[in-house]
Ligand binder design. Structure first.
Ligand code: GDP
Length: 298
């Protein structure tokens, strides 16, 4: 039961510069392109991507007199073109249990996203196991247990401060024994000590590979869309810490900064597997490039 595919609620991004749909036609000149570029940058698209998008927009259209509707649609088309290749649901492999390692900074929405994903896979008839791998954060473990109850999925925990890798190993052992389809492993998100975190993540991977040389099959990076351009540096950091295979963008409900998704797609090309659109269990939606582009351009 996925929620309506939502998109950043910044209606009228363009309306503020080029007027309402009923406004007179405007010439797509340098001045207009510059205003559009500024707006895209304000939406957190970043300079590089904004410049590329407006350059693409100008191609074949420069100097033409266009209606507001035409400009909006053209811009939405350019954004859709960048986003389409990255819109991919989390792939499901024939081989089970599929191991999904979930990484991201604290507060990005890891726990919530794991709960939402677990509920979706349960609803699809999949058997899911969750491992509460952030063993140093008691609150995270408790929250994951609450999500597990809501989703009807067992959550494996370990004593506070114990080795996450050994929990991951036990969880995979159990998932294999029970013939589960999916194991999701939560991880710590303390970036204060990156060397420790890197070693912790590497050890989890090393240990679960003793049970399954192909694990983890996915490494999901959860990013908070409201952090704007920070999301870009988080991808760079986590790509060094782990073998990131895809993204979930959270908190796209009510953010003015959805443009960062375009920058992410443009810069990294990592698949966006889902978007978080609220705090409830159903508030995880597939990423729809066209809806997103239309909502962003307004
Ligand atoms: P973690 O520290 O990475 O595990 O983050 P949590 O899952 O605990 O989420 C941090 C906060 O963000 C919580 O208050 C969540 O309810 C909230 N949150 C997570 N995802 C979303 C989302 O898609 N939309 C909104 N509005 N809030 C979210």
């Amino acid at each position: 039961a996925a929620a309506e595919p939502a998109a950043p609620s910044r209606p009228g991004l363009l309306s503020r510069v080029i007027g309402r749909d009923t406004a007179p036609r405007r010439v797509l000149d340098d001045e207009m392109l510059e205003s559009l570029e500024d707006l895209l940058i304000q939406s957190d698209m970043g300079v590089e991507t904004a410049v590329r998008v407006t350059a693409n927009l100008a191609e074949g259209r420069y100097g033409r007199r266009l209606s507001v509707e035409e400009i909006k649609r053209a811009l939405a088309d350019e954004i859709t073109r960048i986003m389409e290749p990255v819109a991919k649901p989390l792939p499901l492999y024939a081989k089970t249990p599929q191991v999904v390692l979930v990484v991201g900074v604290n507060g990005s929405g890891k726990t919530t996203t794991i709960g939402k994903l677990a509920a979706q896979f349960r609803a699809a008839g999949k058997q899911v196991v969750i491992a509460a791998g952030d063993t140093f954060r008691a609150a995270a473990v408790e929250q994951l247990q609450v999500w597990g109850e809501r989703a009807g999925v067992p959550v494996m925990t370990a004593p506070e401060g114990s080795d996450p890798a050994s929990l991951a190993f036990d969880a995979l052992t159990r998932a294999q024994a029970e013939g589960a389809d999916l194991l999701m492993i939560d991880t710590a998100g303390r970036l204060q000590n990156r060397a420790d975190l890197m070693e912790e993540l590497a050890k989890i991977v090393r240990v679960i590979r003793k049970k399954d040389p192909d694990a983890p099959h996915n490494t999901l990076l959860v990013l908070d869309a409201t952090t704007g351009q920070n999301a870009l540096s988080q991808v760079e950091i986590f790509q060094k810490l782990a073998d990131v295979s895809g993204l979930v963008m959270t908190k796209l409900d009510g953010t003015a900064r959805g443009g960062v998704l375009v920058a992410l797609a443009d810069r990294f090309g990592l698949p966006i597997h889902a978007i978080g659109v609220g705090e409830q269990i159903d508030d995880l939606a597939p990423f729809d490039p066209e809806d997103f582009a239309r909502a962003l351009t307004g």
